[in-house]
Write a protein that binds this ligand. Structure first.
Ligand code: HEC
Ligand code: HEC
Ligand code: HEC
Ligand code: HEC
Ligand code: HEC
Length: 187
């Protein structure tokens, strides 16, 4: 299998780096038209346009080739952030795979310029909601990615298919006897 050979070339030492993290989040703009902050937050998420990604990445193709989520999102079972792989990580395969495709040429050009791909964040919270989220305890407790992100095996780039409202979090915490203390999720 070509992919198996490629996987071997991807040594752990070249694991994904942190690319676009929370710092890349768009900050909400509150206007006096919002009576409460909550209204403003809802408005912000309600009207936030779908992010347009700089490269037409495809989850479907990579997952159909047998890659698993933590192969790229290395932080997901380690700590708070799942993380997005760096361009160097992508290029461990794409130096050899599909090099003639326009999207891969764009990828190679980022690497040649010494830049990372400016991926736009899809999920996330307004800073004013003071939410702290942590992936690792969920993965350890066996909560599937699908519950919070939908079925990624049929996606190209990620889209926001699940609304991460407070009710959504608390509903599942109640069902699973996980903590519903305010400070579990808020700082
Ligand atoms: C383990 C190897 C591997 C890694 C790592 C990898 N890819 Fe791929 N990628 C593939 C394979 C295999 C294909 C399918 C190629 C084909 O169909 O010709 C593919 C296809 C693609 C395509 C579709 C190309 C086209 O137009 O048909 C894009 C875009 C892409 N990869 C981007 C990325 C990005 C961005 C990363 C890093 C986040 C990445 N890949 C990491 C193996 C990999
Ligand atoms: C209990 C819900 C939940 C589960 C389960 C979950 N996620 Fe997330 N995920 C979130 C939330 C909430 C965010 C936004 C976090 C933030 O911005 O603080 C997020 C963000 C992300 C991000 C953006 C980058 C980052 O570092 O945060 C990626 C990638 C991601 N998740 C991948 C995964 C993968 C892969 C799995 C399964 C192995 C998974 N998630 C399981 C809720 C979940
Ligand atoms: C080959 C690498 C690769 C694999 C494997 C992979 N992803 Fe991703 N993922 C990416 C890249 C690159 C992005 C950034 C582009 C985008 O948003 O689609 C991303 C974005 C995401 C996001 C949106 C992050 C945000 O901005 O909030 C989620 C959620 C996510 N992936 C979940 C998953 C899940 C669940 C799986 C396994 C079923 C998975 N990914 C497998 C590379 C990968
Ligand atoms: C589908 C079920 C489910 C959803 C949805 C969910 N959680 Fe959880 N959460 C759990 C489980 C199960 C645990 C693990 C409890 C344990 O380890 O005892 C957990 C643990 C946590 C922890 C760690 C608590 C600790 O003791 O360290 C935090 C923080 C957290 N969740 C925040 C959130 C937030 C914020 C959301 C919404 C964005 C969310 N969760 C959505 C099931 C869920
Ligand atoms: C299981 C996780 C979880 C718990 C427990 C939780 N919250 Fe939240 N809360 C959230 C999430 C996630 C949001 C953001 C929702 C959104 O952006 O739509 C939020 C939003 C909020 C907001 C609106 C944010 C704003 O700035 O307007 C308030 C207020 C709030 N929570 C108060 C509380 C209080 C008080 C408690 C304790 C009784 C609590 N929360 C417990 C997850 C949680």
């Amino acid at each position: 299998m070509v992919l198996a050979a490629l996987l071997e070339r991807t040594s752990p030492a070249e694991g994904p780096d942190t690319a676009s993290q929370s710092s890349a989040q768009v900050s909400p703009v509150f206007t006096p038209a919002h009576r409460t902050v909550l209204d403003a937050v809802r408005e912000f998420f309600g009207r936030r346009p779908e992010p347009v990604q700089p490269i037409a990445y495809t989850h479907k193709v990579h997952l159909a080739n047998g890659l698993q989520c933590p192969f790229c999102h290395v932080g997901v079972d380690q700590g708070p952030d799942a993380r997005i792989p760096s361009v160097n990580f992508c290029m461990t395969c794409h130096q050899a795979v599909a090099t003639d495709k326009p999207e891969i040429k764009k990828l190679a050009a980022y690497m040649a310029r010494g830049e990372d791909v400016p991926w736009q964040r899809v999920y996330g919270f307004a800073p004013s909601a003071h939410v702290k989220f942590n992936h690792a305890p969920h993965i350890r407790a066996g909560v599937d990615c699908v519950k919070c992100h939908g079925d990624m095996t049929q996606r190209t780039v990620a889209i926001r298919t699940v609304d991460h409202t407070m009710g959504f979090c608390i509903g599942c915490h109640r069902e699973n006897k996980a903590s519903v203390d305010c400070v579990t999720c808020h700082y």
